[in-house]
Design a protein around this ligand. Structure first.
Ligand code: C2O
Ligand code: CU
Length: 490
């Protein structure tokens, strides 16, 4: 049999500590181990990460690898994950996208105390919703996730839809020079000192480009120039091996800071899910770029019907783009090496993709709570802040709800250049409109919404999971500089 990273899994060596239930699927891909079962141990520890032969990073890891092992569990099961901390700083695990009870959400100071060095904590919850998720530390996350404390989590549906190959690709970026690491999220101004616009409500496109010669959005791609897939970069990235006729699934997870625009050569594909949630009747697309923002997931499927050697690669002007290249190699194919494609390609608009269907929420219906979040980049005293309604966390007023409330949130990105991938904990939301236009494609259910400068979205959800939940930008540097709000249940 094949495991879900496309490797043979006939043998199942077991780890000593969790011999009964934590099974390790044998994998020829040293960059990702797959664990199945219901009981797991993740040990946070330092480990040298070899991005390629000559590029090494002193990483913070779960179980010694970046990404940490993939946890592969079954919908409806109750899992327990013991986090052991062998790092010098407190850590947690947040189950990004997966609706868990509030006390399992991994938010230090809110849902639990951070797990201190040499201590442990056991997360235990039922996995109700199938899909592609990920996990990461939520303690000082601008630093800890950046250093590698993350992994993927796949919840198999109760009745799985089988494919021949099921790959997971976790994307991230690294700096050549780690001494710049503290800049992002520290609020250090990247440019010449800018006049304060903290009280400005205009937020126009021209304003900040005049005031801020080097924005965060421009600086980040210049700092993070090594792009990685499953902890490897460039030619060290493991090729995806397929056979003609196979049905192939690729689960993309963006664990980094940057948007990535990907092109799949030689094949039409379907986007079958985003953030783990299915797309209704997805059509085949080809020659178009898929943009994945920080925290988002996209599941693609294609039929391997074009033997040869192809690339799944980033196409952007970011300096690191050429290091994000995943070869797709047909077994037995002798053809020459694949080349990057040139020319412009449009980007898929996920709000217009898939077939419309009756959706749970509309613009017109009555909501119990309506709320607007204006997202902005502001400077004061030469420091950059990322604000919600002009405030930074913890001064952003929380969104107070009662269980059962229907909640509508309007999200407006007023930053001139910064992208804000907004992530809600504990709930999925439905995207109702984009720039005033109702969603015309498949109903779109997400937990992370990548909002470009100038865009305005309406999202809606039912408050069905009591507790205190974060709603924040998943550019974790932006979050560290203020772009965090909370949803609180009465
Ligand atoms: Cu993936 Cu609050 O984060
Ligand atoms: Cu942001």
């Amino acid at each position: 049999t094949m495991d879900h990273n496309g490797h043979s899994m006939n043998s199942s060596p077991e780890t000593s500590s969790q011999a009964q239930t934590q099974q390790m699927a044998a994998s020829s891909d040293s960059s990702m181990e797959v664990l199945t079962g219901t009981t797991f141990t993740l040990t946070a520890k330092e480990k040298m990460l070899h991005l390629d032969d000559k590029t090494m990073k002193n990483a913070w890891t779960y179980n010694g690898t970046v990404p940490g092992p993939q946890l592969r569990v079954k919908q409806g099961e109750t899992i327990s994950v013991t986090l052991k901390n062998e790092l010098p700083e407190p850590v947690t695990i947040h189950w990004h996208g997966l609706p868990v009870p509030n006390n399992m959400d991994g938010i230090p100071g809110v849902t639990q105390n951070a797990v201190r060095p040499n201590e442990s904590f056991t997360y235990k919850f039922k996995v109700d919703v199938a899909g592609t998720y990920w996990y990461h530390s939520h303690q000082n996350s601008a630093k800890q996730v950046d250093k590698g404390l993350y992994g993927s989590l796949v919840v198999e549906p109760a009745t799985p839809e089988p494919v021949d190959k099921d790959f997971t690709l976790v994307l991230d970026e690294w700096m050549q020079d780690d001494s710049m690491a503290e800049m992002h999220g520290s609020g250090m101004s990247h440019g010449t000192s800018a006049p304060s616009s903290a009280s400005s409500s205009t937020g126009g496109h021209n304003m900040a480009s005049m005031e801020m010669p080097m924005s965060d959005a421009e600086m980040m791609p210049l700092m993070y120039t090594i792009f990685s897939v499953n902890g490897k970069t460039g030619p060290a990235i493991q090729p995806l091996s397929v056979k003609e006729g196979e049905k192939v699934r690729i689960r993309l997870v963006n664990a980094g800071y940057l948007n990535h625009k990907l092109n799949l050569q030689g094949h039409e594909f379907k986007i079958v899910a985003t953030d783990g949630q299915p797309i209704n009747n997805p059509p085949l697309v080809g020659g178009q770029l898929l943009n994945i923002g920080p925290g988002e997931r996209y599941d693609l499927e294609f039929v391997a019907n074009n033997p040869g050697k192809w690339l799944l690669e980033e196409r952007s002007t970011n300096p690191g783009a050429k290091s994000l290249v995943v070869p797709i190699v047909y077994e037995g194919s002798e053809s020459k090496a694949a080349k990057s494609e040139a020319g412009d390609m449009p980007t898929i608009d996920i709000t217009k993709y898939g077939e419309a269907a009756k959706s749970s929420f509309t613009l017109e219906q009555k909501y119990d709570i309506t709320y607007q979040m204006d997202l902005n980049t502001e400077t004061a005293d030469g420091k950059i802040f990322f604000t919600i309604n002009g405030k930074t966390f913890p001064n952003v007023p929380p969104l107070n709800v009662k269980k059962g409330n229907l909640v509508k949130v309007t999200l407006v990105n007023k930053s001139p250049k910064d992208i804000h991938p907004m992530h809600l904990h504990g709930h999925f939301f439905q995207v109702v409109s984009k720039n005033g236009q109702p969603i015309s494609g498949s109903p779109l259910v997400k937990d992370t919404l990548n909002i470009l400068p100038g865009e305005a979205y309406v999202v809606a959800f039912e408050a069905d999971n009591p507790g205190d939940w974060m709603f924040h930008c998943h550019d974790l540097g932006h979050a560290a500089q203020g772009m965090v709000s909370e949803i609180k249940y009465e």
